[in-house]
Design a protein around this ligand. Structure first.
Ligand SMILES: *Cc1c(COP(=O)(O)O)cnc(C)c1O
Length: 227
């Protein structure tokens, strides 16, 4: 087994264990490998080891990786979304997790329709209560859900959130629980919950995550000076 295959399997084992502890089917949890700052060769290696879903947090990194990556990869935009950059993504991206508001929804719709595509989107919600975190506020959700319902080319599939960094991820479980409650109230239990990263995926799965976004545990530490 390659190092890459070994690390992916280790993350899948964590997902299985967390699902089992929560009485959930691990097949209901999609692993999105966050390849940001790592070269496209790492994406090819991970794809060869069986990983299909890849996430990036910057448009200028996602676009070239979508072009040079494996043709069968499923691509997720997970980072802060600037409305004026959506047109660069719309021809290829499969999921956008980080939709912060109505302007972005309208732009995704317009650009997806121009490409004859439908893009799956998640509304990002500020669950950490930190001013610096992007995403809408919980009380904006009803209006955004209603707006998405009327837009062609946009398939609203659920919610995304990031918990505050914490030494003990158990302490941020209430933030994940909040996202689940918001989903159940404003969408349905069948909708997606994108939450959980390398250090807190167990807590997120315990609270119902259906997509976990894992970078470091698969690709290793990031060296931001390289990018
Ligand atoms: C970088 C990033 C991740 C992955 O973080 P790790 O701690 O490396 O697993 C997940 N979600 C978002 C939005 C990110 O930017």
């Amino acid at each position: 087994m390659s190092d890459m295959a070994f690390r992916i399997e280790a993350v899948r084992a964590r997902i299985r264990a967390a699902a089992q502890a929560a009485g959930r089917d691990p097949a209901g949890i999609r692993l999105v490998g966050v390849s940001k700052t790592h070269p496209v060769e790492a994406v090819h290696a991970a794809f060869a080891a069986g990983l299909v879903d890849f996430g990036e947090n910057r448009v200028q990194e996602l676009v070239p990786k979508m072009e040079a990556g494996p043709p069968g990869a499923v691509w997720h935009m997970i980072g802060t979304l600037q409305t004026n950059k959506i047109r660069h993504l719309a021809g290829r991206v499969d999921w956008i997790h980080s939709v912060p508001g109505a302007a972005a929804l309208h732009e995704i719709s317009k650009r997806a329709v121009a490409h004859g595509r439908t893009i799956r989107v998640l509304l990002q919600v500020n669950i950490s209560g930190e001013g610096t975190k992007s995403g809408c506020e919980p009380d904006e959700l009803p209006a955004l859900v209603a707006a998405a319902a009327g837009l062609p080319g946009v398939d609203l599939r659920g919610l995304m959130g990031m918990a505050a960094p914490a030494d003990d991820p158990e302490t941020v479980r209430p933030q994940f629980a909040l996202l689940r409650q918001l989903r159940d109230r404003h969408l349905s239990p069948a909708h997606e919950l994108s939450m959980g990263m390398s250090h807190d995926l167990e807590a997120a799965i315990a609270e119902g995550a259906t997509m976990v976004r894992v970078g470091t545990a698969i690709f290793g530490e990031r060296d931001y000076l390289q990018t």
